[in-house]
Design a protein around this ligand. Structure first.
Ligand code: NAD
Ligand code: UD1
Length: 339
């Protein structure tokens, strides 16, 4: 298939481009490079041996999308482009609503105009809020998102649902990601956060490399086996392959479908710290801090639906994720800026 990948220079997008190319798909990437580096696509080409067709386009720029779509006939769009920093979204809600929601509407108008009515969207487990039950199935009711970032994911899901309802030629797959970590085994592409990382694994790898003194563990009084928060960490390669499998649903004209992409296993913060130490032989000093606002105790997926309908399941374990995250960080101590 010929696939338009928005946000394809970013963390999950670049890994997905590798898996799409490896599966024989023809890929065009657009990105405004607001949170990424074009070098990631050079690295992708080193891995796959195939050059990636790239355009610096902001998805809010309808005219730029229109002329791109005049020149290419896409079978499907995989839509990653968006801002994703939870704390920043609380400070700058309008930027998040404009970029993520208005950007998606602009993209959908352009796709609609050019009759490319197949889309896979990067949603998040955060749409479940504090989930009504665990493990979380796709039938779990959506909950209250505690921040504008999460709201944008939930709103975009509703927009896509309404669009598909209005025109059954559209096929929409919502993929709700749990906690992606890890990196390509080559160490050539990985997560490259700006400034102080908000998420657990990039913070751990920066402690390991000596950029940060110690890990702050946000709360040890949750109702979990060791008191620290439990999440469903998933290797970014498994996640990327989930998109390739989701193309099957699109090919089968699925209408509107929602899938969790998680492993189905929950690990606590301290489980991750210990797994990282064991996998890599590096000590991670940590201190216990108060709970982080907006955090929940436990979140992990029921991943049966993706297995049954897409034939997809996670193959990598926590040790693999820790090893590959560290391999990327060690090889690229300053991310892509290190050259
Ligand atoms: P990322 O920041 O690495 O990638 C997003 C990409 O989108 C970046 O390259 C950025 O430059 C680009 N972008 C942002 N706004 C754009 C615009 N207006 N026009 C064109 N490009 C734009 O993030 P990621 O971790 O790879 O996440 C990809 C998607 O998955 C995002 O939509 C994110 O919200 C979603 N998601 C991520 C996680 C996670 O933990 N990383 C979890 C759930 C969902
Ligand atoms: C966070 C976002 C979520 C987003 C997801 C993926 C919040 C409240 N939620 O999820 O909306 O979809 O990232 O980008 O920010 N932790 C520490 N110390 C740290 C960092 C994290 O103890 O320095 C703990 C957290 O309290 C949590 C776990 O590690 O228990 C995972 O945190 P994180 O990686 O930020 O992911 P989420 O909070 O699950």
């Amino acid at each position: 298939m010929k696939i338009l990948v928005t946000g394809g220079t970013g963390y999950i997008g670049s890994h997905t481009v590798v898996e799409l190319q490896n599966a024989g798909h023809d890929v065009v990437v657009i990105d405004n490079l607001s949170n990424s580096n074009e070098l990631s696509l050079q690295r992708v080409a080193e891995i796959t041996g195939k050059k990636v067709d790239f355009y610096n386009i902001d998805i809010r720029d309808f005219n730029a999308l229109d002329s791109l779509l005049n020149n290419h006939n896409f079978d499907c769009c995989i839509h990653f482009a968006g801002l994703k920093a939870v704390g920043e979204s609380v400070q700058k809600p309008l930027e998040y609503y404009d970029n993520n929601v208005c950007g998606t509407v602009s993209l959908l108008r352009a796709l609609n105009k050019h009759n490319c009515k197949n889309i896979i969207f990067s949603s998040s487990a955060c749409v479940y809020g504090d989930p009504e039950f665990i493990p979380i199935t796709e039938d779990c009711p959506k909950g209250k998102c505690t921040n504008p970032y999460g709201q944008t994911k939930s709103i975009i899901e509703e927009i896509l649902k309404d669009l598909q309802k209005s025109d059954s030629n559209w096929n929409v797959v919502l993929l709700r990601y749990f906690n992606p970590i890890g990196a390509h085994q080559s160490g050539k592409i990985g997560e490259d956060p700006n400034g102080i990382p908000n998420n657990l694994m990039p913070y751990i790898t920066q402690v390991a490399i000596g950029k940060r003194k110690e890990l702050n563990v946000f709360g040890n009084d949750y109702d979990t086996h060791d008191g620290t928060g439990v999440r469903d960490y998933i290797h970014v390669i498994d996640l990327a392959r989930g998109h390739v499998c989701a193309l099957r649903a699109i090919e089968n004209k699925c209408g509107f479908e929602v899938f969790n992409l998680g492993t189905g296993h929950g690990y606590s913060v301290l489980d991750v710290v210990h797994a990282f130490e064991k996998a890599n032989g590096v000590k991670i000093p940590y201190v216990i801090k108060p709970r982080r606002a907006g955090d929940i105790a436990v979140c992990y997926a029921d991943s049966k639906k993706a297995k049954e309908k897409l034939g997809w399941g996670a193959q990598f374990n926590l040790e693999d994720m820790c090893r590959d995250s560290w391999n990327w960080q060690k090889n690229n101590p300053n991310g892509y800026n290190g050259g």
